[in-house]
Design a protein around this ligand. Structure first.
Ligand code: PMP
Length: 981
């Protein structure tokens, strides 16, 4: 009996030609002499042929395919190659000029082709694909599709099992054979939904020849400079056919969904974004994508299942049966309207118009008067919660009560669209759901909940009730004990339940969560992650009109904030992650929160030494701001107290302080002091080292060389890891110090001598590199013997961060003549100082006076004192030592496991992880470092590269960081290094 469906019983078994025969065919039919190795295939048999002149692929076609189909594949590849040379394999003609050689094996005839081999690795082999890589993959698929748009061939209209246009038939034919009932159910439900959705749009979908199987298996990639995969080629035209153009995009999007189910829609969206950028999709095509993706998922599941049943000996297929079902489960769980909204957004289209929420016919709860509603601010910038208490239910309840108490009879409400802080669970690898998709009404437990409109109850379970109301909208109420049942018709004002007690996981006090959604979404979350917030909000309109409220959170999109900054702030004031800056609106301890409420572990803020938003610092600032803040020519006590405190932290003979605003100013003043005091102008500094942005400090960085008028005299930086002398040289310190000695001698020959030597005692800007032991002692001796002074720039490396020492110069066993401090001294508020000796200060004061209007002002000094109090009270230097040691212990072994990790520099909580392309040459892995930082950002960690090669991950977190944070970072880093970036 002939089956009704053309696919049923199709003997798509892979041919089984022995390797020796493949070698012989390559030689005899194509004149190519080489060795053969079998490589996997779904339905053909493929051999890689290696010859001295290059590589080829010998494809033994499944006999199910007609010669014209094979010929079409060759023509299609040649056609694509005209506009995209090198992107697809090139067919090699047989010796007799034919496209396809005919062979016989085990009594069957096979068509055999030879193709050039595309160098690269299948994208599938990369465990992680960054959003940019996914976009590139989408672009490549689109470029090939664009090339194929002008291609045609008589065999293009073939009937193919993998053609998504036929998914309904194929799944219909194969599904009954699926033994597992739950799987069968899922695949049948999915295909039914997809085909129903597609019926509407099929007439308008563009048709053309497409590759038909653009997946991560068939796309090959080369590594770019960052060692990230960059898709560059497409192989296997075996499924080329005339189909819907949109299917080309959908197949790749579906493949991507299977890779990382937790981010399936976000990753698919990147593919669509890339595809659309290279070949714009029409509105209807975008609308069809979710159903096409679902249909492809259904096809994959039944197709692989079927293929494995037909061809049990094909290990290539058997291994992927589970993958097929997993993929289906993933794509089936993506709400199609959500995917549609996300794809529209990615293609730059406006959100689909939704009708505004219907107006209420009755209040939603007994006694609730919308005119008396008062919003409680749960946003990232809230003033209602502080110092981390947004994760404390008691504090949240108090904030709610304060709002409710703000006017008689008021009810507190939580706003629609709010980007919330109150769901903070600390940094995690996954993006948390923080954007509120409904409105919360805080009502006492047991309050009667009433139907605001007529409707029918769709769902009533647990603490939830959904009612279908007018305009195809669903009203979802959560935090309710439902009294109505599924199927009940309810009328306005009818009691449908009562406000429930908060659940055990719930942080907010008893409240009714009111949410509207355009119909047909089964599982409605109450919150969305920022990456899908736009799409979700377009599906869940503001329930304000339904409730009589007009208080949705006003949330600017990031582009508006970025655009304002770019328009009005000079471009020289650059941003971290310039391609996609991180929008941060709150800090607390060692965490930074983006504007959407996602917390990140902050590993780069040495400025926030005691942690972000420290209550004692805030208190000191607020108290002093209330009392007095003025210029520094008045007598007020704080200045003397702060200077006294600083003087107590430095060894003799240091002890007199100049107070300023910034590190640049402090170093600039230090340079001015040494020049005034010595009457000389030459300053010896370390090559490429940063001491500030002022004219004098910038001159040091610019290194004005040896010209007679030069004032900056840079010498080689004492970096025993990648400088000219290495740690294994027993005289490494002498050799580096020798450069200073030589320079001083050279100056002396022209009758000059240095005013000073300036350096960071530990090379912070190189990533925390410790100079060889004894280096600074030798250098200071040489400089002082020539009558010069020694400046230690402790702006980054001082203030307890090294753990074992308060000052970095202690690590080198020296005492400088001048010490400069800034960044941590004010925990982010402008506080800086030059600390020097009485003799130097007096000599300078004899020659000139100094007026820094607010440097050392009352507020700055009180903050400076508070910071020092906290460092002491919370034993933060000890914490820097202990947690820093632990960090070293966790990160040290990475170098053994990952060739990219060259060294871990530093001490305490000033560390640098140096990434190199080659351990021997120590070539900076600059692009890799940047890409790894981007990946770590996705994983909830802020870290940035530094150093002259921008290849050292600088680790200088607030000193309140814990071992748990170190574990979180170390695991994320290990994960990144193992799975790619
Ligand atoms: N010295 C060093 C070692 C620095 O790293 C910096 C800033 N990165 C400065 C001085 C300048 O400090 P500021 O930005 O406060 O002017």
């Amino acid at each position: 009996m002939t089956p009704a469906n053309p696919f049923v019983g199709h003997a798509l078994r892979v041919p089984r030609l022995p390797v020796a025969d493949a070698v012989a065919v390559a030689r005899e039919a194509f004149g190519v002499e080489g060795t053969a190795e079998e490589i996997g295939s779904h339905q053909d048999q493929n051999f890689r042929i290696d010859t001295p002149d290059g590589r080829y692929v010998l494809k033994v076609a499944n006999p199910a395919f007609a010669p014209a189909e094979l010929e079409m594949q060759n023509r299609a590849m040649e056609h694509v190659a005209v506009s995209l040379p090198g992107v697809v394999p090139a067919p090699v003609r047989a010796r007799d000029g034919a496209d396809v050689a005919r062979i016989e094996h085990a009594g069957r005839r096979y068509g055999v082709r030879l193709l050039s081999y595309l160098e690269g690795e299948p994208l599938r082999g990369f465990a992680y694909l960054a959003p940019g890589t996914l976009r590139e993959a989408g672009q490549l698929a689109a470029r090939v599709a664009a090339a194929l748009a002008s291609f045609d061939h008589p065999a293009a209209d073939r009937t193919l099992q993998w053609d998504v246009r036929r998914a309904g038939n194929v799944v219909g034919a194969f599904a009954p054979d699926v033994r597992d009932g739950r799987r069968r159910d899922l695949v049948e439900r999915t295909i039914e939904r997809a085909t129903t959705a597609l019926e509407e749009s099929t007439p308008t979908l563009r048709r053309q020849v497409i590759h038909g199987d653009v997946t991560d298996w068939n796309m090959v990639a080369r590594r770019n400079r960052a060692a990230r995969p960059s898709p560059c080629g497409l192989i296997d035209f075996g499924d080329a056919t005339r189909s819907w153009l949109a299917a080309e995009c959908a197949v790749l999007a579906a493949a991507v969904c299977g890779r990382r189910p937790a981010r399936a829609l976000q990753d698919a969206t990147e593919v669509v974004r890339g595809f659309h950028a290279a070949m714009p999709l029409l509105d209807d095509e975008i609308a069809a994508l979710p159903a096409l993706i679902a249909a492809r998922g259904a096809l994959s599941a039944v197709g692989t299942d079927r293929q494995s049943a037909l061809d049990p000996g094909n290990p290539y297929v058997a291994g992927y049966v589970e993958d097929g079902w997993d993929l289906l489960a993933t794509v089936a769980a993506i709400p199609q309207p959500l995917a549609h909204a996300a794809f529209r957004e990615a293609c730059g289209l406006s959100a689909l118009p939704t009708r505004p929420a219907p107006r209420r016919a009755a209040p939603i709860a007994e006694g609730f008067d919308a005119r008396r509603a008062v919003p409680v601010d749960f946003s990232v910038r809230t003033d209602a919660l502080r110092f981390g208490d947004w994760s404390d239910p008691v504090a949240i309840a108090a904030a709610v009560s304060r709002a409710a108490a703000s006017s008689p009879g008021a009810t507190a409400v939580g706003r629609y669209g709010e980007r919330r802080l109150v769901h903070d669970r600390g940094p995690g690898r996954e993006e948390p759901a923080t954007v509120h998709l409904g409105t919360d009404i805080f009502l006492p437990e047991g309050t009667d909940v009433l139907a605001p409109l007529a409707g029918r109850v769709l769902r009533a379970r647990g603490r939830e009730l959904s009612i279908s109301v007018q305009h195809g909208l669903i009203l979802r109420l959560a935090g309710i004990v439902p009294t109505s049942n599924v199927g009940d018709d309810v009328g306005p004002g009818q009691r449908i339940g009562s406000v429930a007690a908060p659940g055990p996981e719930e942080r907010l006090p008893a409240h009714l969560h009111v949410q509207l959604a355009r119909g047909s979404i089964e599982e409605l979350p109450g919150l969305a992650p920022a990456s899908l917030a736009g799409a979700w909000l377009s599906l869940c309109p503001d329930p304000g009109p339904l409730l009589g409220l007009d208080d949705a959170a006003q949330c600017e999109p990031q582009v508006a904030v970025l655009d304002r900054r770019r328009r009005f702030v000079a471009g020289a004031q650059t941003l971290y992650y310039p391609a996609s800056p991180l929008w941060i609106e709150r800090g607390w301890r060692q965490w930074l929160y983006n504007a959407y409420g996602r917390p990140y572990l902050d590993l780069i803020n040495n400025i926030a030494v005691v942690g972000h938003s420290h209550p004692l610092v805030e208190d000191a600032a607020a108290r002093q701001l209330r009392r007095l803040n003025t210029n520094t020519r008045f007598l007020y006590d704080a200045m003397g107290r702060f200077a006294e405190r600083l003087a107590g932290l430095v060894p003799d003979p240091l002890g007199v302080v100049f107070l300023l605003n910034s590190g640049s100013e402090a170093n600039d003043l230090a340079l001015r002091i040494v020049r005034e005091v010595t009457g000389r102008r030459d300053v010896v500094s370390l090559e490429g080292c940063y001491h500030g942005w002022t004219g004098a400090t910038d001159e040091l960085l610019a290194g004005t060389g040896d010209g007679r008028s030069a004032r900056a005299r840079p010498v080689v930086r004492p970096n025993p890891y990648n400088g000219p002398y290495r740690a294994d040289d027993p005289r490494v310190a002498d050799r580096y110090a020798g450069h200073v000695r030589e320079l001083v001698e050279r100056l002396a020959r022209t009758g000059r001598a240095p005013a000073a030597f300036i350096s960071e005692p530990v090379l912070g800007n190189s990533g925390g590199v410790l100079p060889p032991s004894g280096y600074l002692r030798q250098v200071y001796d040489v400089v002082r013997a020539a009558g010069g002074l020694c400046i230690a720039d402790e702006v980054q490396v001082g203030y307890g961060r090294l753990g074992h020492h308060f000052w970095a110069f202690e690590q080198q066993g020296v005492v400088p003549d001048l010490v400069t401090i800034a960044k941590p001294a004010g925990n982010g508020h402008p506080v800086a100082a030059v600390i020097t000796t009485r003799a130097i200060a007096d000599e300078f004061s004899r020659r000139t006076d100094l007026f820094a209007s607010v440097g050392g002002g009352p507020v700055s000094c009180e903050i400076g004192l508070a910071v020092l109090d906290v460092i002491e009270q919370e034993r933060l230097q000890e914490n820097a030592r202990d947690v820093g040691e632990y960090l070293g212990w966790r990160l040290g072994p990475l170098a053994g496991r990952h060739p990219l990790v060259g060294a871990l520099h530093g001490m305490g909580l000033y560390r640098g992880l140096e990434l190199v392309r080659d351990r021997g040459a120590r070539t900076p892995a600059r692009e890799e470092a940047r890409a790894i930082c981007e990946r770590l950002r996705e994983l909830g960690i802020i870290v940035q590269p530094t150093g002259p090669g921008a290849n050292v991950l600088k680790l200088k977190p607030p000193l309140c960081i814990t071992r748990d944070d170190v574990d979180f970072f170390a695991e994320a880093l290990e994960h990144t290094l193992s799975t790619g970036w």
